[in-house]
Design a protein around this ligand. Structure first.
Ligand code: DX5
Ligand code: ZN
Length: 219
């Protein structure tokens, strides 16, 4: 089994102290920094883009796990590479040419990941799964932090883990949305190994929140 990783979503950080809060999750041991980019079209909200990513890049050596909630992300793959992305996640629903988009990400030396909205079936991955480094299963409808976990995603996670094992692939399963210390165990048991958490990391004590997740991972 793969090592479990926590990816704190900076969407829930205090933006007046963004650099400082990223340093705190880094020093507390979080493996990835999850960066949510929203375009106001694919999802209702607009968050931030390349200039913010570029400006926080020198703050940490942790992996920049960039979750693009934007239409036709192939248009900006190079810009996100230049801004400092290590993993680039695109939504299957947002790509007319999903295979081409994945190839463009890999050709630039980034890890390629595809995300599925809660209503999107796993079958859309059938012909691209062997090309991927990670699949992101959304456990909320993307667009906002602080939403409630949609429990049908647990079944989707276990189905995907089964497919990955049957095909003997080396693909991480990331889950994003509504995860906190009380439900993360179920998410991990279903077969996820990369956990995104925004509100549950950045509210109250950041360090003890990060440690709390890794304690669950160890058990
Ligand atoms: C939702 C984003 C998530 C979100 C997670 O569109 O992709 O990464 O910030 O936040 P919480 O953990 O608060 O649901
Ligand atoms: Zn996200």
């Amino acid at each position: 089994m793969k090592r479990y990783k926590l990816a704190p979503s900076i969407l829930a950080a205090d933006f007046t102290k963004l650099g400082e809060q990223i340093k705190r999750v880094d020093e507390a041991g979080a493996d990835y920094i999850h960066i949510d980019v929203m375009d106001g079209s694919f999802v209702p909200s607009i968050s931030f883009g390349m200039p913010v990513i570029q400006s926080i890049r020198p703050v940490t050596n942790r992996v920049f796990d960039v979750h693009l909630m934007i239409d036709e992300p192939i248009r900006y793959v190079k810009e996100f590479k230049n801004a400092g992305a290590d993993i680039l996640t695109v939504h299957a629903e947002a790509c007319t040419h999903l295979n081409r988009t994945i190839m463009a990400i890999k050709e630039l030396g980034m890890k390629a990941s595809v995300s599925l909205n809660p209503a999107t079936p796993l079958s859309v991955l059938e012909y691209v799964l062997p090309e991927l480094d990670m699949v992101l299963i959304m456990s909320v409808n993307p667009g906002f932090g602080g939403q409630k976990f949609i429990s049908s995603s647990l079944n989707k996670i276990s189905q995907l883990r089964k497919i990955i094992e049957e095909q003997q692939l080396d693909v991480d399963i990331q889950v994003d949305g509504g995860i906190h210390l009380k439900n993360v165990e179920a998410v991990v048991k279903a077969g996820a190994n990369v956990i995104v958490a925004g509100t549950a990391v950045f509210s109250s004590d950041i360090e003890s929140n990060v440690h709390g997740f890794y304690e669950v991972f160890q058990n």
